[in-house]
Design a protein around this ligand. Structure first.
Ligand SMILES: *Cc1c(COP(=O)(O)O)cnc(C)c1O
Length: 377
């Protein structure tokens, strides 16, 4: 299957077969493929100016950052391109904050991360991955990270010390198989960061911008992180656009020249991202994901399947875990593909369902018919 075109929630391959996209490029296409408002912004900006570098101001970056900060409630935002770069920015900010503000001795800052984390693919980031395949052959790795068991409060409590500058966490782990932490975990993480004077850093690159039925997945527990990484859907399914969000007390550790990106904040990306945020708000995508996701999850749970171990997730970020004795999830995904539904297994046993948030109930209903047949067989 080779994709040749896309519109809304649908993709068409080179043979003219149509597929429902239930992966959404790992949640980068929340607004659907080629959303007219976003494509229009892309074309209009392409006809004016596309790249200035950060040596000069452009008339798109300021308004975009203002819109992003107003929507998310942070005082400042630093634009980058890929998600991994936003994570690298968060790591640099936390370390510098640790040395300048907290007073950690030079070169000793520690950042706590969770087992089965996925924060991107740079050498520093894969260095603290617990997935052997992501690390194998890429060392030596950056020191200064401590791994705790995801969702385990005791393991987290024990990891803090006077050199801890941050706890970096995905509020719901995407790649690891849609792992939702136990209720109260994120609140407890907030308290522990406060009592140890460390920053809570939330990687919302996959979970952010409505995917889980809230603006951010942290909102489910009413937790406000000190720093947030956003990406994927910020680019509206068109361009790589990411950002690190924080208040001034954290962001201001960066002074001109400390950090940078040639393409970060370029006018084309800013115009596209601005339009992507418009769509998110104007079409109420978080509310859609909340309502449709709760209904879709209940329907998945009601399937009388001998193969399903558990259905988990929030909003339209759902995982169906296949029992080990039923074999891996991949053949189920292939059976769905043959019926015109695209999804992809994650971590062997889990089918991830994450359609564009512009999907409607009728289309999901149609998909459910096929999912029901495939999972009951
Ligand atoms: C996809 C993802 C990243 C990395 O984003 P890239 O744009 O691929 O660099 C980081 N964190 C999470 C949680 C992700 O899902």
């Amino acid at each position: 299957m080779v994709i040749a075109s896309g519109e809304g929630v649908w993709l068409t391959d080179t043979e003219g077969r149509r597929f429902l996209d239930m992966l959404s490029a790992y949640s980068a296409v929340n607004q659907g493929h080629r959303h007219p408002h976003i494509i229009q912004a892309l074309i209009a900006q392409a006809q004016r100016v596309t790249l200035t570098s950060r040596a000069f101001h452009n008339d798109r970056m300021g308004p975009f950052l203002e819109q992003l900060c107003a929507l998310t409630g942070y005082e400042s935002a630093l634009p980058m391109n890929t998600g991994a770069e936003a994570v690298e920015t968060a790591i640099k900010a936390a370390r510098k904050w640790g040395y300048q503000v907290k007073g950690v001795p030079a070169g000793e800052a520690e950042i706590i991360v969770a087992t089965d984390n996925f924060h991107g693919r740079t050498t520093t980031i894969v260095g603290f991955s617990t997935e052997p395949q992501y690390r194998e052959g890429f060392g030596p790795f950056t020191p200064g990270f401590k791994v705790v068991s995801f969702g385990d409060v005791q393991s987290l409590e024990a990891a803090f010390n006077e050199r801890t500058v941050a706890f970096l966490i995905e509020p719901i782990q995407g790649e690891a198989g849609i792992n939702v932490p136990p209720a109260g975990y994120l609140q407890r993480a907030r308290e522990l960061c406060d009592s140890h004077n460390a920053l809570l850093l939330s990687d919302e690159i996959q979970t952010g911008f409505g995917r889980t039925g809230r603006l951010f997945a942290m909102d489910w527990e009413g937790v406000r992180a000190d720093g947030v990484m956003v990406g994927k859907a910020l680019g509206g399914g068109v361009l790589p656009v990411s950002a690190f969000l924080a208040d001034r007390r954290v962001m201001d550790v960066f002074t001109p020249g400390d950090h940078g990106s040639t393409f970060g904040g370029n006018p084309l990306a800013c115009a596209v991202a601005s339009a992507a945020l418009d769509v998110l708000v104007n079409e109420g995508l978080a509310e859609r994901a909340d309502t449709l996701g709760a209904w879709f999850k209940a329907e998945l749970e009601a399937i009388p399947s001998p193969h399903v171990r558990e259905v988990r997730g929030r909003g339209l970020l759902l995982g169906v875990e296949i029992k080990a004795e039923s074999g891996p999830a991949r053949p189920f995904c292939k059976a769905l593909m043959a019926r015109g539904i695209l999804c992809k297994e994650t971590h062997q046993q889990v089918i991830r369902f994450a359609p564009p948030l512009v999907i409607d109930r009728e289309t999901l209903q149609w998909a459910l018919g096929h999912i029901r047949e495939v999972l009951s067989a």
